[in-house]
Structure formats: C-alpha cells, structure tokens
Ligand binder design. Structure first.
Ligand SMILES: [Zn+2]
Length: 192
C-alpha cells in the first residue's frame, strides 16, 4: 500500500497533501461545505466503504480540519463540522472546482456572493465587492440546464438538488429517510 507521507519533500504542498491528498478526503471536505455533517449522510453521498470513511474523518479531525461533536438529535452519534482552519480551504476548493469545470466537466452549481448575487471569480473573490466572502456568505446556485444535473438519487443529494442554499447550511434529509437509515444501520460508528 502506498504511504501517506512524502518523505524528503519538506514543502508546504507535500505536507498539505499528506492531510488532503488521499482518495475521498477532498470530497468529504467538499460535502462538509455543502452542509453534510453526519456519518450516514456521507455514506449515502459517496458510496464509500465505511472503514475508509471512518479513517478519513478521523484524519480530518486529527489534523484540525473537522471538529467532532455529539449529535443532539441522535444519542451516541456525532456531527462533524469544519473548523476555522477547515473553512480556509474554501478558496482553494473553489479554485479546483473552477478548473475542473473548465477542463474536465461542467460544474452542477455556480457560487455567488450572497450580498450581491455576483458569481465568484478567481480566489473565490467577489469581483463586484472586492472581498472574499466567508463560506457562510456564499450561495450555491444549481445550474438550470438539465444536462448539468447530477445523476445521484441518494436522499442527501436529493435534499441538496434544485434549490439555492448557502455553503455550510446543514442538509436536512427527511425524517422518514433518516429513520429508515437508522433502522438499516444500527451499529455504524466504530470510532466514527
Ligand atoms: Zn459581492
């Protein structure tokens, strides 16, 4: 198995990749910006092996990118939220999404400054106001073109789809769905 470390690469990028460069990690962080906070919701969104998800979440908590709290609504479960350092990943993440949209496949969303509705430009800055809005002040606006719509049909993706939201706004999957998920997966969280 490939190690996580880049031995001999004593640079900031190498040490960042040691924290964020593993498969799935950045998608977990992206979903945290999209308001995913629960283990079961990441499972639904990412089709990811549970052991891998637990490992990645643990790593993100250990490195101060996510913080783990008790879930007030589900005894014995936890919520994960971005720390201040985690929220600082928004501009680079936006940069990667923008690059991907240009060179790989079109993004399903645009990202706009909530105050003025202007689409964010390079550096996740608002070109109109000349500021870099914090994530909570960024609107996620789905593109209208059907071809751009994601194909995922899991309840978490459906709860996000088709409506404008702010980054970090918690995704609320319907109570019925949450109950069904809880029934289906009684003892999910070995360490997660
Ligand atoms: Zn603005």
């Amino acid at each position: 198995m490939l190690g996580k470390d880049y031995e001999g690469q004593e640079c900031a990028l190498a040490s960042t990749l040691e924290v964020l460069g593993e498969r799935w990690t950045l998608l977990i962080v992206r979903d945290a910006f999209f308001g995913v906070r629960r283990y079961s919701d990441w499972v639904a969104r990412l089709d990811i092996p549970r052991a891998v998800l637990s490992d990645r979440l643990r790593g993100l908590v250990d490195h101060g990118i996510l913080v783990k709290r008790d879930d007030p609504d589900h005894a014995g479960r936890h919520l994960y939220q971005l720390t201040a350092a985690g929220e600082e990943l928004w501009p680079p993440l936006h940069g990667l999404i923008t690059w991907g949209s240009r060179h790989r496949r079109p993004s399903t969303n645009t990202y706009r400054h909530a105050a003025c509705k202007t689409e964010l430009g390079p550096g996740a800055a608002c070109p109109r106001c000349g500021v870099v809005p914090r994530p909570a002040d960024v609107l996620v606006v789905p593109r209208r073109t059907a071809a751009h719509h994601g194909r995922r049909t899991d309840p978490v993706s459906l709860a996000m789809r088709g409506r404008t939201r702010r980054l970090l706004e918690p995704v609320e999957v319907g109570a019925a769905v949450a109950t069904a998920a809880a029934r289906e997966r009684p003892a999910v969280h070995a360490g997660a």
